[in-house]
Design a protein around this ligand. Sequence first.
Ligand code: ZN
Length: 319
Amino acid sequence: MTLTYMCLILPVVPEPVDRTGVGPRALNVRPQFGKDFIIAKPLNTALKRVLPPRKVESLRARRAILSGKIRSLVDDPRQFNRNWAKRECPVCGYVGRFWSFGSPPRAEAMCPSCMSLERHRLLQLLFRDHLDRVPRTTRVLHFAPEAFIREKLSRQCRYVSVDVVPYRVDVSCIMEHIPFAHNQFDLVIANHVLEHVSNEAEALSEIRRVLDPDGVSILSVPQIFGWEETYEDDAITNPDERRLHFGQVDHRRLYGRDFAAKLCAAGFDVDAFQVDRPDEIRFALTRGETLYICTPKTQARRDPHDSMDRPLSIGSSAS
Ligand SMILES: [Zn+2]
């Protein structure tokens, strides 16, 4: 048995990272690392000592794909009995059958080659169409970073990744308290994060604060377009109840059509990005899913605390 093969199969014990290639969500709760770290952390440490960084990254990616496929097979073992159409992944270029993902499983949600989900592919399509030539001087703040976006932007921009969990990100914080000075970023990305935060208004205010007046924020959330208003109830704290009401144990709310109005109320001008219906099918996207391109309203008044810059600037660490 080769060393490479051993490296692939031994660390199948899960790590504290989302198998989709997306970092842990910006929650106000901490993940249950415990038993994951008993084996995975010492093994990862040992591998890092004997293998070059590029090899470790390659093994980590292959392990994530293997884990994702095993999870998909366990969650939806009959998925291959169904008829399927060829789909296309704009992230990695794969063309073929997509696999189920989620709880309960969403059919054809996951690219089996790179593990991208619907929201990742939509974000990639936005970048492909509009932001492929991001200038090197662009200052980027990326919440719960998607791996493929992080890889691209961290090479070509002044890039900071952020999450509530200090694992494979530059800075750990909650979205309601971003430890950066005002107007520090030209681009803020938070894809499917706001539904997790406790205080949505504070989180949006913080994004608005750190965003340059000429900057852009790309925000998205799961939305029920048949609902006029967002559904939330702070009295629902039990995990099973949250799953029942909001779809996941770590969701605080389910957004309705009023999400764009919330962004406007937070001081943004808002444009919506969608792809046309044939491309939703081609790329196996969630039908009607929308990315919101937010720019600060020019007439928005600054908060009186604007003069109290926070201690960090781009490139420094929170810890
Ligand atoms: Zn892919």
